[in-house]
Design a protein around this ligand. Structure first.
Ligand code: SF4
Length: 463
């Protein structure tokens, strides 16, 4: 993948130009956007100190700019799920970044002067922390399946690791779910390669996570889980999509106290949503992926044929009546509106289009989330068309607009009731929509740096 604008100018100069151009945007957001749009790499020294950290799960998509087969140091079983950048030359407040490997990136995590740091073109920019793995990451079932391959970071449960939308006429064009499952299996480095996760295993790991959160802080917050996976067009093991996912919802929801269950599937009509609610589902997210109707039909052809844009949007609004305000948060693949050859050609058109979608959805109580597009090499759209990095301006302007619309409609603050202590305060790792709010509204507790440090693996004084 060509990284045209990644190598021409020292990255700090690019960043500082953007800090000047958008003085009202948090600097942390600008850096994080760039880390997600260009990826990052780890030196041997930085890889050597990942021991004990939360390992990358490859939970759904690969979120890498490089195939696993090209990772010659077994990075896929060593790099952290995410890392926190903080401090450094710009005095950054902490933000969490999903690990997205790219050997061509100017951003490299390294150990310099016995400290874990982020560098750009060799210059140290900030400090780095790896989040410590929860206790349950050490456990395995008698058949060898690791608990954390059943539920990642105490939250994320991909119960079906394939998608029945298949081939260019159905599969979402940015998605590498089927390919990612295949590369995990071929690597032979994962203990779980079956496409469907055992219901009893999922329930047992959820219980273990419940026990850990009880020991950790006596359930001071409810415990959230996200159940997700590929589309089931007809049946899977004799079950329809709703029968299949419904079983997991019930098993996780009723296994212990104060559980909040999120489910991601295709959009559903109100009657089916009400049925999900009746079996214990708390929150439903039908990921629209892109707002523009023409682009939706190109980018998500399976969804367009099976459900259609109009139904999808209507059923998102209906979901708010069933699950309540703040409980309907569809994902958009942020930046995909500029994918070529059919995406918008200018930042203005792309920002205007998606901003219109944010305004419409938020006005109806739907809270769109923005997972930044990673340009995975084996997704259809990257394999078949050159995809240069989406301009930084696009992300900054869109996240600023989202923040302003969020404020206008007085929507709730992002809430992460999770096992991971730092994740309760920091924005999600795969996008900057939550960071923008946290940083502008100053929601961090005063001891946020201590909280992050306490839950990190050793990050300095390396011999
Ligand atoms: S519905 Fe689309 S994004 Fe979701 S798993 Fe299937 S192909 Fe991927």
């Amino acid at each position: 993948m060509a990284q045209a604008d990644a190598t021409e100018t020292p990255r700090t100069r690019v960043l500082e130009n953007y800090f000047r151009k958008y003085p009202d945007a948090p600097r942390e957001v600008i850096l994080k956007i760039d880390l997600l749009r260009l990826g990052h790499w780890f030196t041997d020294a930085a890889l050597a100190v990942t021991q004990g950290s939360l390992i990358k799960s490859y939970r759904l998509f690969s979120y890498d700019f490089v195939p696993m087969a090209d990772l010659k140091r077994k990075e896929s079983r060593k790099v952290p799920e995410h890392f926190v950048v903080l401090g450094g030359m710009y005095g950054l407040r902490p933000v969490m970044v999903q690990t997205s490997l790219s050997p061509d990136s100017p951003y490299v995590i390294d150990v310099v002067d016995v400290k874990l740091v982020l560098t750009a073109n060799g210059q140290v920019i900030s400090d780095v922390r790896y989040e410590r793995a929860p206790e349950y990451y050490k456990k395995a079932f008698p058949d060898g399946t690791l608990y954390h391959e059943i539920i990642a970071f105490g939250f994320f449960i991909t119960v079906f690791r394939n998608c029945q939308y298949w081939g260019p006429d159905e599969e979402c064009k940015f998605c590498d779910i089927n390919w990612n499952a295949r590369q995990m299996s071929q690597s032979k480095d994962f203990t779980l390669t079956a496409p469907v996760k055992r219901l009893d295993f999922v329930a047992a790991v959820a219980d273990e996570i419940g026990r850990e959160v009880l020991e950790q802080d006596g359930y001071s917050v409810p415990l959230s889980f996200l159940i997700t996976g590929g589309t089931i067009k007809e049946t899977l093991r004799g079950k329809t999509e709703d029968e299949f996912y419904g079983e997991y919802v019930e098993a996780v929801k009723w296994g212990g106290p104060r559980r909040f269950i999120n489910l991601q599937t295709n959009a559903k009509p109100k009657e089916i949503l009400k049925w999900y609610r009746s079996i214990g589902l708390d929150s439903h997210h039908a990921n629209l992926e892109v707002w523009d109707k023409r682009l939706f039909e190109w980018i998500a052809p399976g969804k367009a044929q099976r459900v259609g844009w109009d139904n999808w949007v209507k059923w998102l609004l209906d979901s708010v009546d069933v699950f309540g305000e703040g409980a309907v948060k569809p994902i958009f693949v942020c930046g995909i509106e500029m994918a070529q050859p059919h995406g918008f050609k200018t930042v203005k058109e792309a920002v205007d289009s998606t901003t219109e979608g944010i305004e419409f959805l938020m006005a109806h109580g739907v809270i769109p989330r923005f997972n930044q597009w990673r340009r995975e090499p084996n997704s259809y759209i990257v394999k078949n068309h050159e995809q240069p990095p989406v301009p930084l301006d696009f992300y900054i302007l869109l996240m600023r607009n989202r923040y302003e619309i969020w404020k206008k409609y007085e929507l709730p603050l992002p809430n992460q009731s999770q096992l991971l202590p730092a994740a309760r305060y920091l924005g999600v790792s795969h996008g900057t929509h939550e960071d923008y709010i946290h940083l502008m509204e100053n929601t961090y507790p005063p001891d946020i740096v201590d909280i992050v440090n306490r839950h990190s693996t050793p990050y300095e004084s390396f011999s």
